[in-house]
Design a protein around this ligand. Structure first.
Ligand SMILES: [Zn+2]
Length: 348
């Protein structure tokens, strides 16, 4: 392969007719070539909206990174319908169904290639559809952005208390800007992670780090359902972050004193099932636990005379997340527990 052809392999094959440098509200698609038996020259049409007014900063807002997480999809759809160019200075890029095949299938991962988008960054220009989406985000969209928000929830298997998240991987100045965005987003709970336990360098947050873009992600509910508080937090929080960035002229106020900041305390933050069976939880979201606390038990319907196996907490802190379904396999996450954030003076 000659050099020009090699270079071309690093350029995205996704195209769009949405104009990114014209003022106004422009609704259209990212167009991803996907050739199948049913559609030889077919393209996956991922909804893409650009709202622009002048040369201010750019925000990138995405949901549907995982297809079965809905609060963000709803909040961004509403924002598209409500936000008008005269309300902003700058540019807002909105993708409420980023992994569209997964969204349309109501699944975490893509039915086309099994791809988990939030484990595929930096992606592949010439790969399967999910890797192509990741590559477009990291090579085209994030480099245009000054800030980014990636809206998640617990999906089909987990349910979360609504919260926002940042990765603490950058310089003090970068992390201070991330915390400022976190405080602007607001809500009752937020946490800091180094990303090592979930997705490491393969997530949207890691991609934003690599591009030097201040990014927050969220967990807004879960159980493949819709948490009304989570949806409300997403709608208000996005507007507050846009306002703080100088893009949105007006936004609802936040109560920064209400925000409780926590952190992931390594792998022990995640209570995993030791057996396969039916999990009966003994904790609820928002409970405070200490190491060794009884967290529930796993029963065995195929041998109901066998004593259930107890599950215990391995970390002290707040229950932010729990498994949404009773049937459980060994190694499934049953709870996530967050420790208080020690701060190191960064949240000031
Ligand atoms: Zn997710």
């Amino acid at each position: 392969m000659n050099q020009a052809a090699l270079k071309d392999r690093t350029r995205s094959r996704i195209t769009t007719r949405v104009p990114l440098d014209e003022d106004g509200k422009h609704c259209g698609f990212l167009s991803l070539p996907y050739s199948t038996h049913e559609s030889a020259y077919g393209r996956i049409q991922i909804p893409f909206v650009c709202i622009r007014n002048g040369n201010g900063p750019t925000a990138l807002l995405v949901a549907g990174n995982h297809g079965d997480e809905y609060e963000g999809q709803i909040a961004l759809g509403r924002l598209i319908r409500e936000l008008e160019p005269h309300q902003i200075d700058g540019r807002v890029l909105i993708l409420p169904a980023l992994n569209l095949p997964a969204v349309a299938a109501a699944r975490r991962t893509s039915p086309l290639d099994g791809g988990n988008l939030n484990r595929l960054f930096p992606g592949d220009a010439d790969g399967e559809p999910t890797a192509m989406i990741a590559h477009y985000v990291e090579s085209e969209l994030l480099p245009m952005a000054d800030l980014a928000i990636d809206l998640h929830s617990g999906g089909s298997s987990l349910v979360y208390l609504p919260c926002a998240i940042v990765r603490d991987n950058g310089s003090d100045d970068f992390v201070r800007r991330q915390f400022a965005a976190l405080k602007a987003f607001g809500g009752e709970f937020a946490y800091v992670t180094d990303g090592r336990n979930q997705g490491a360098e393969r997530t949207f947050g890691a991609a934003a780090d690599r591009c030097g873009v201040v990014a927050i992600t969220t967990e807004l509910g879960g159980g493949a359902s819709i948490d009304r508080d989570g949806t409300r937090l997403a709608e208000a929080g996005i507007r507050r972050v846009l306002h703080q960035a100088g893009i949105l002229k007006e936004a609802p106020p936040a109560d920064p004193d209400a925000l409780r900041l926590m952190k992931v305390e390594g792998a022990l933050s995640y209570i995993l099932a030791s057996e396969t069976g039916v999990f009966e939880p003994a904790l609820e979201l928002g409970d405070e636990v200490t190491v060794g606390a009884f967290a529930g038990q796993i029963s065995f319907p195929e041998t109901p005379w066998r004593e259930p196996v107890p599950v215990h907490a391995e970390a002290t802190g707040l229950v932010i997340c729990k498994r949404a379904v009773a049937w459980t396999g060994r190694g499934d996450c049953l709870f996530q527990i967050l420790a208080p954030y020690d701060g190191r003076g960064r949240l000031s």
